[in-house]
Design a protein around this ligand. Structure first.
Ligand code: HPA
Length: 276
């Protein structure tokens, strides 16, 4: 069987036939949060389907794309469309693109910016707030690092004392202050989904120390840390998950709120990229 490293090399070889761009910044955009992509001056766009060893998309209608270009004067690679665990992908598949992006074996990425849509459980939070992720809890019941470890990619037991970069958080805070955009801070918990949580589950997740809940980001963060990258994660709070007053919510509403709040996220991310 071909090793993970060989797979990554094959993927990178294919990408390198199309672009020699060395990108130090990687971007993964969450549900309803594609606005930043519009700001990228594109050099080349590859379909995930054409890249060897990239996971095959399960949703026919929506082909993911890997975008290479310039944002605020910096060379970036962005994932338009991410893989979720609840779609049936393995954790290794969900995180494969992060490995391909990385500076160690791949395209050159040292800084990874991740966004997602999340439910707010901290009672101070309101719909359409931004939350800078300061830490996380993995409740997905699986881990992308399970299996043989390639020591050249990263440590068998990676340290997780700084899963989200303190210096990137400080920079994002500074930019938010300058731009007068209110930001919250908090712990993000990742669950499997795809259903939203029950009241009892929200109560539980709040009690174990989480401020927001979602179905992504944690696997990508773990792999990024494994490969020595630094990460900034920002959640858009799309629904208020307070157990005692919980209202039904649909995915359409979640996407609507994400779309509405997204310009704030785009402003911060773009300025952050400029200053990196
Ligand atoms: N739970 C899980 N994932 C989510 C939620 C939620 O309430 N809102 C947006 N993504």
């Amino acid at each position: 069987m071909i090793s993970l490293r060989e797979q990554i090399e094959e993927s990178v070889k294919y990408i390198r036939k199309h672009t020699k761009m060395r990108t130090e910044i990687g971007i993964i955009l969450g549900t309803g949060l594609g606005g930043l992509v519009k700001e990228i001056r594109k050099e080349i766009v590859l379909d995930y389907d054409e890249i060897p060893y990239f996971p095959i998309s399960t949703v026919e209608s929506h082909h993911g794309k890997l975008i290479f270009g310039t944002l605020a004067g910096k060379k970036v690679v962005a994932m338009q469309g991410r893989f979720h665990y609840y779609e049936g992908y393995s954790m290794q598949q969900v995180t494969y693109p992060v490995r391909v992006m990385s500076y160690k074996t791949g395209l050159g990425v040292k800084t990874l910016l991740i966004s997602n849509a999340a439910g707010g459980m901290n009672p101070e939070f309101r719909r359409s707030d931004l939350m800078i992720i300061t830490d996380h809890i993995n409740l997905q019941g699986d881990n992308p690092l399970i299996g043989p470890n390639d020591d050249e990619l990263g440590s068998r037991f990676p340290d997780m004392s700084e899963p989200y970069s303190k210096s990137l958080i400080a920079l994002a805070d500074k930019i938010a202050r300058e731009k007068k955009i209110k930001v919250q801070h908090g712990v993000f918990v990742a669950v499997q989904g795809p259903n939203l949580e029950t009241k009892a589950e929200y109560r539980f997740l709040r009690n174990i120390g989480a401020d927001a809940v979602g179905m992504s980001t944690v696997p990508e963060d773990i792999v990024a840390i494994h490969m020595g990258m630094r990460v900034l994660g920002i959640s858009i709070i799309t629904d208020e998950c307070f157990p005692d007053t919980l209202q039904p919510v649909s995915v359409d509403e979640i996407i609507k709120v994400a779309n509405k709040a997204e310009p704030k996220l785009t402003k911060i991310m773009k300025e952050l990229v400029r200053r990196l």
